[in-house]
Every structure is written in structure tokens, then in C-alpha cells.
Write a protein of this length. Sequence first.
Length: 255
Amino acid sequence: MEMSDDIYANAETIRNIKSISAPDQNPPTNPGEQRSGRRNYRLTAVCLGLLTVLLLIIITALCIHCEYQLLTTTHPYLHSDSIISVADNGVLNDTMEKHSTLSETLNQLQTNYSSLTAERDKLQTNYNSITAERDQLQTKYNSLTADRDQLQTSYHSLTAERDQLKTKYSSLTAERDQLQRMLEHSCPQGWIKFSSRCYFVSKEKKTWSESRQYCRERGADLRLFSVFYNIWIGLSDHEREGTWKWVDGTTLTTG
């Protein structure tokens, strides 16, 4: 209200000045009055110019005053806006710091991811190598298992054959022992048993060679005796005259 009263008072002052300075509307009729009217007209124009300038100054001052009052009235809101702006700047700075931290974390995670990926690829390569080696060993194992089974089969076959041969050997041994016992307890007809051996004394007169051939035809041979009888014994010199040898090829020695 105080600012409106000032504007109204200034307007009344301007109207009073205009009424005082207004020129006479009835021009003078004589030349002297005309010159005086021109001077009055010029003075009036100067006054009007001054009043116009003064009015502009007053209007400018009023505008400045109004703006000042407006700023004074809205100052708390401006202060609040400044506080809000400062708070926004703090939030912005905090957000930027968080963004920077997240960027660093992201870069670190990216580095860790790359490292883990490389390690995974290396482990995959090692796994493939070990798998190939395992498959190769499995193949060798299967081959050795097949060889072992074949050898096991051969072993069982040889064992069975060995057992069969043992059985035959035992049978033949028993048969041989039985025959041996039979031979020990009996001699062919016409033979003489002496010290578990059978001897045959021929009554025919034959040479040493004929006598030996005669014995061999009957599955025997001339016997060596250390005592001389009137029979042929396993001693002769038919290879070299005067050199006596036994049937086993040993030379006769006399004491």
C-alpha cells in the first residue's frame, strides 16, 4: 500500500506542473506578443523536457524500488532454492563418487572375469589332455586285459594238459614199476637169476662176436665178470690184436 500511495502522489504532482506550465491557447495578435509567445513556447518545451526526464527518473526509481521489494519478499524462497541447489550438488557429487566407485568395481570385475576365463580355458585344455591320456590308458588296459584273459586261457589249457601228462606219467611209472617188480621176481625160462638180474649161459660154441650178437638178439649183452670161467665174457681183442677191451669200451687192466 505504501508504494501505491507514492505513485499516486507523484502523478498528482505531474498534473499540477502541467497545469501551471500550459501555454495560453489564444495567440497574441501583435508582433511583440508573438515574440513573447515564442519565448514562452520554448520555455514551455524546455520545462516539458525536464519534466519528462524527471518522470523517467521517477519511474526508473519506482521500478527499482518495486524489484527490491519483490526480491526482499521472495528472498527466503531464493535462500531455500540455494539450499536445495547446494543439497542437489552434494547429491550429485555423492552420485558421481558412487559412479566412479562402481566403474572401478566394474573394471576390477572385468579383469577378474578375464583372468577366470583364461584360467578356465587352461583347465579345459588340461582336462582334455588328461581325458585323452585316460582314454589311451583305457585302451592299453583293455588290450592288456584281453592278453591276460588269453594267457589265462592258455594257462588253464596248459595246466590241464600238464595234469593229463602227469596222470599219464604216473600211470606209466606205475606200469614200469610193476614190470620192474615182475622182472625182479621172475626170469625167462632157461635164464638164471642172480642179484636181481637174469643171466643166460649158452652151451653152444660161438665166437665172441657171434656170442655178443646172440645176446643182443635177445635184448641183452655180454656180461662183465671179474672172475674167469670157461665161458665167453664181455672181453675181446677183435678190434686190435693184443688189446683187450670190455663191452663198455674200457681197456682191460691187470694187477
